[in-house]
Design a protein around this ligand. Structure first.
Ligand SMILES: Cc1cc2nc3c(=O)[nH]c(=O)nc-3n(C[C@H](O)[C@H](O)[C@H](O)COP(=O)(O)O)c2cc1C
Length: 260
């Protein structure tokens, strides 16, 4: 099958995804032009796969179309003020995106979600001429992979599965669950990063930078001693994540979403 047919099928899979109330409050911006992918990448921390993968799809919550339609039909649609509609639309967007991911895999295409887009609502909306009441939620970079990681750490399946009722794990079992997911933080930081931070290695490979060296320096500087500290002190610092709230809420408001 040629690539245009494949892309056509991917988009059909997205359009046929489940949708709460079948409102389909979504839009997908398909980006193929190299210059556009470069600009997009520069807004998304220069993540190299955004630039290098030949196709990006930006999945958006779209209340603009529904609001217009409702207003022209002498009624109102207030998705932009309703947390319920927002949660439903967020899920709809993700179902559509995941349909694309799974179908793409069946064509031997690889994909990378890029959630960083959620830190840049305003600039991405400007770059892509996105109107009010439309919010870019996730970007998906798609292409034929040169290699496929042979190891991605996951919890053991039964940790996430509960039989009939929620099973509250003991502290010890929680520690063990994550010990078995992430390698312990030993002397060999390279080995830890190779197993647990594949993107950093890939980043260097694709952009010829010393990103891994910088991460290693910061691990030393911050006195990181275990995988949880690596995640929540360095990679996704907890206080910084909370501090982002104000900025993200401002960007939501400027996109026309007002919940309170
Ligand atoms: C909501 C969401 C946001 C993500 N954002 C990024 C991102 O910005 N950059 C990236 O390289 N990977 C991103 N990922 C990919 C995850 O890192 C990846 O799914 C995870 O490491 C598990 O690997 P797997 O999908 O191969 O099982 C994201 C995934 C999700 C679901």
């Amino acid at each position: 099958m040629n690539i245009l047919n494949i892309i056509n099928n991917l988009l059909n899979a997205a359009n046929n995804a489940p949708s709460g109330g079948n409102l389909q409050p979504i839009s997908i911006i398909v980006i193929k032009e190299a210059e556009a992918r470069k600009e997009l990448s520069s807004l998304l921390e220069n993540q190299p796969w955004v630039k290098n993968a030949p196709l990006s799809m930006i999945f958006c919550i779209d209340f603009y179309r529904l609001k217009k339609w409702a207003s022209m039909s002498n009624t109102k649609f207030l998705g932009d003020q309703s947390l319920s509609w927002f949660f439903i639309a967020y899920a709809d967007v993700m179902y559509a995106a995941q349909n694309v991911v799974i179908l793409a895999e069946s064509y031997k295409l690889g994909s990378v979600y890029v959630g960083t887009i959620q830190l840049k609502f305003t600039r991405i909306r400007k770059l892509l001429s996105i109107p009010k009441h439309v919010l870019p939620i996730i970007s998906l970079s798609i292409g034929y992979p040169e290699s496929i990681p042979n190891y991605v750490p996951k919890l053991k399946r039964d940790i996430i599965v509960h039989k009939e009722k929620y099973n509250i794990m003991s502290d010890d079992d929680i520690l063990k669950a994550y010990e078995s997911k992430y390698e312990q933080f030993g002397e060999d930081i390279d080995d830890f990063l190779k197993k647990n931070y594949i993107e950093s290695i890939e980043y260097d490979r694709q952009l010829d930078t010393s990103f891994v060296e910088r991460v290693k320096e910061r691990i030393q500087k911050f006195g990181i001693k275990n995988p949880a500290q690596f995640l929540f002190n360095l990679r996704y610092p907890s206080d910084a994540m909370v501090a982002l709230n104000k900025k993200q809420l401002r960007q939501l408001n400027s996109a026309g979403f007002e919940f309170i």
